[in-house]
Write a protein of this length. Structure first.
Ligand SMILES: [Zn+2]
Ligand SMILES: [Zn+2]
Length: 238
């Protein structure tokens, strides 16, 4: 999403904590609190304020975590079950559960990374060829999971997490420019606008946000009913 240009310290100035949590939405005339698609005690699911495609959402931690590599086991498992839930929402809303998931984290002294204190995953419906674009840029992938991301985090390195075609890979992220993965999504489509600041608040971007919100909100009820009794998830990840 919205990666503010300065590192936001925990506290009242943070644009993803109350009271400023939905300040960007307000600036663009978009719903804030009511623009949340679904939530639990740890995460919020909401449309990106400058969506790259219809269905582009963010899974954001409610509290401060630098990146998913900083999650403990329980948070990681909860994030993975959200990922599965988004796939079900996409299937319900768009007829196909295929998704792209990406994260650029954490911010490092060498630059790059998401400069906010709330770990967030970007999710988009469909397949966008992002891994191939990233590898063409000389950033080879390795199999990704909680352990691999933790290793990056613990050694102070930034990473790029990409899940596409049901396969998750992690790529070195140090020195990679801000919004690189947003660029990689558009590169596959021959589109030339990827910086969120370029589309944020414009009519096309607002329409996408509102269409995403409407479609996924409508999917929330039916998708929950599709989960068999006992809460067992049909296509549990890993
Ligand atoms: Zn982001
Ligand atoms: Zn915050």
């Amino acid at each position: 999403m919205a990666e503010p240009t300065v590192w936001s310290e925990p506290g009242p100035e943070c644009v993803l904590c109350p009271p400023l949590r939905f300040r960007f939405n307000a600036m663009a005339g978009l719903p804030g609190e009511t623009g949340v698609i679904a939530r639990d005690a740890a995460f919020l699911l909401m449309p990106d304020v400058a969506p790259l495609a219809e269905g582009h959402v963010l899974l954001v931690t409610r509290e401060h975590h630098q990146c998913a590599g900083a999650f403990g086991r329980a948070m990681w498992e909860r994030a993975m079950s959200w990922r599965d839930r988004v796939a079900r929402l996409y299937r319900e809303a768009y007829g196909d559960g295929a998704l792209l998931l990406f994260e650029h984290g954490p911010a490092s002294a060498q630059g790059g990374g998401a400069c906010i204190d709330h770990a967030h995953w970007h999710l988009l419906p469909g397949t966008h060829g992002v891994r191939a674009v990233v590898e063409q840029q000389g950033l080879p992938g390795a199999p990704a999971g909680h352990t691999a991301l933790r290793a990056y985090f613990r050694t102070g390195r930034s990473y790029l997490l990409i899940e596409e075609d049901g396969v998750a890979t992690v790529h070195p992220g140090d020195g990679v420019r801000s919004q690189f993965l947003r660029w990689a999504v558009t590169a596959g489509a021959g589109d030339e606008t990827w910086r969120w600041q370029e589309t944020f608040g414009l009519p096309g971007s607002r329409r996408r946000f509102l269409r995403t919100l409407r479609a996924l909100r409508a999917a929330v009820g039916p998708e929950a009913e599709a989960v068999p009794r006992g809460g067992h998830v049909p296509e549990s990840h890993q």
